[in-house]
Every structure is written in structure tokens, then in C-alpha cells.
Design a binder for this molecule. Structure first.
Ligand SMILES: C[S@@+](CC[C@H](N)C(=O)[O-])C[C@H]1O[C@@H](n2cnc3c(N)ncnc32)[C@H](O)[C@@H]1O
Length: 224
């Protein structure tokens, strides 16, 4: 894994490459309201809730329409930080939080979390739901997620099997032909495990669906 990103996502057009899928915000919100959240998202919320969220601050990186942190706030978390590279997703998440009377408990930050990490308040719970697959540099992203030493880190991402790699290559090719900046990345589960293990985290849950993995890490010092 590269330890330093060769490219910084600092400006509007760079961030558009990460947050391009804000274009799906309306559809994502409609699916959530219809009770059709992506199964790995539901599983992530459930496994985090089971660990206990009362009074916790949640850092929801790439929160999209906000399903994870809004659900955790409704389950007893105290506050949340939504960091997203997409203005469209941030606006949608804020509108939904306002509708549920929760927006006052959420701080919204636009940008690449790797660039913003030093400015963020510490959080006890960090989630990355379908986010590491949008970002080319795994290690800096995990470093940003764990900078404040959260008790729990929950991640969902595509399984690193050959057919998912083949699918993502084809997807990226189609996007390139369409001149869309959108790209997906399949990071190795072994690299996630190695990095988290090397930084004091142990696996508390591993599940998911055929194509998507759901993992939850607990900080070793926070073991029950
Ligand atoms: C595929 S969407 C997932 C949204 C939501 N978590 C869900 O599962 O429905 C990926 C999101 O991550 C955001 N994102 C990707 N890399 C990011 C980064 N380095 N910092 C902040 N947001 C990022 C994108 O802007 C986008 O909103």
C-alpha cells in the first residue's frame, strides 16, 4: 500500500471525482424511506448499535444521504460529523436530518476526509459505508478514520474476488468512455486487516453479502 497519496483531492473538480455519485442522492433517499436500505448498510448499523452507541460522537465518512449516522443518532448517539466529498449528498443528508429534528446534532463538512482529518473533533465511532471503494489510497483513508482513536470502526466495501475486480474494471472503462470521472477501487481485505491490526484494532464482526463485506473493528484498549 502506498503510504502517501500521490494526488491530493483538494479542489472542487478533484472532489467531484470522489463525490460524483451525489447524483444518486434522490434515489438513495427514496430507497431508504421505502425501507430498502442496502443490506450491508443495515448490517453495519445493527452491529454498531449492538456495541452500544449511547452518548457517542459518530464520524460518518462519505455518509451519502446520512442513513448510518441518522440511524445511530436515533439509537442514542449524542452527535455526528458528516464528512463528504459531495455537496449534493451533504445537502440531502442535512435535509433528512432536519426533517427528523436531528440536524442540530450533526456537523457537516465538505471535502476529502484525508485533507480535513486534523480539523475534525474526535469521535468514538467511525463508519465508512461503501466509501473506501471510491478512494484510491487505502492507508491514508484508514489513518484519517482512526486518527482520534475511536472505540469502533465499521466499514463496508466490495469483496476482493476476481469477478468483482473484473466487474469494476469494466465499470471504470465504461465511465472513462463516457468521460465520467467516476472510478471504483477494490482494496484488499488483507490490507485492511493488516492496517487495522497494526494500529491496535481487533475484528469484532465480519459479515456482509456475496458481493460486499461488512467489518467492525474494536480498539484493543476498548475490548469488553
Ligand atoms: C458510494 S457513496 C456511499 C454513500 C453512503 N455511505 C451509502 O453507503 O449510501 C460514497 C460516498 O463517499 C464520499 N467519499 C468518497 N471518498 C471520500 C473522502 N475521501 N472523503 C469524504 N468523502 C468521501 C463520496 O462523496 C460519496 O458520498
Amino acid at each position: 500500500m502506498a503510504s502517501h497519496p500521490p494526488h491530493r483531492f483538494c479542489c472542487e473538480e478533484d472532489l467531484a471525482r470522489l463525490g460524483y455519485d451525489g447524483l444518486n442522492a434522490k434515489a438513495d433517499l427514496a430507497r431508504w424511506r421505502e425501507g430498502k436500505l442496502h443490506a450491508p448498510t443495515r448490517e453495519l448499523i445493527e452491529v454498531v448499535r449492538r456495541e452500544g452507541v449511547d452518548g457517542a460522537r459518530v464520524l460518518d465518512i462519505g455518509a451519502g444521504v446520512g442513513a448510518v449516522h441518522i440511524s445511530l443518532l436515533e439509537a442514542g448517539a449524542l452527535a455526528a460529523i458528516d464528512v463528504d466529498a459531495s455537496r449534493a449528498y451533504l445537502a440531502t443528508a442535512r435535509t433528512e436530518a432536519e426533517r427528523r429534528g436531528l440536524a442540530g446534532r450533526v456537523e457537516y463538512r465538505y471535502g476529502d476526509v484525508v485533507e480535513l482529518t486534523d480539523e475534525l473533533q474526535s469521535a468514538e465511532i467511525v463508519t465508512l459505508d461503501s466509501v473506501i471503494c471510491c478512494y484510491p489510497y487505502l492507508e491514508p483513508l484508514l489513518a484519517a478514520a482512526t486518527r482520534s482513536g475511536p472505540r469502533l470502526v465499521g466499514i463496508t466495501y466490495p469483496r476482493d474476488v476476481w469477478w468483482m475486480r473484473a466487474y469494476m474494471r469494466l465499470y471504470n472503462l465504461v465511465q472513462a468512455v463516457r468521460r465520467s470521472p467516476a472510478r471504483y477501487f477494490i482494496h484488499r481485505h488483507a490490507d485492511v486487516e493488516r492496517w487495522m491490526g497494526g494500529n491496535g484494532y481487533t475484528s469484532a464482526h465480519e459479515g456482509g453479502i456475496r458481493v460486499w463485506r461488512v467489518v467492525l473493528y474494536r480498539r484493543a484498549a476498548a475490548e469488553r
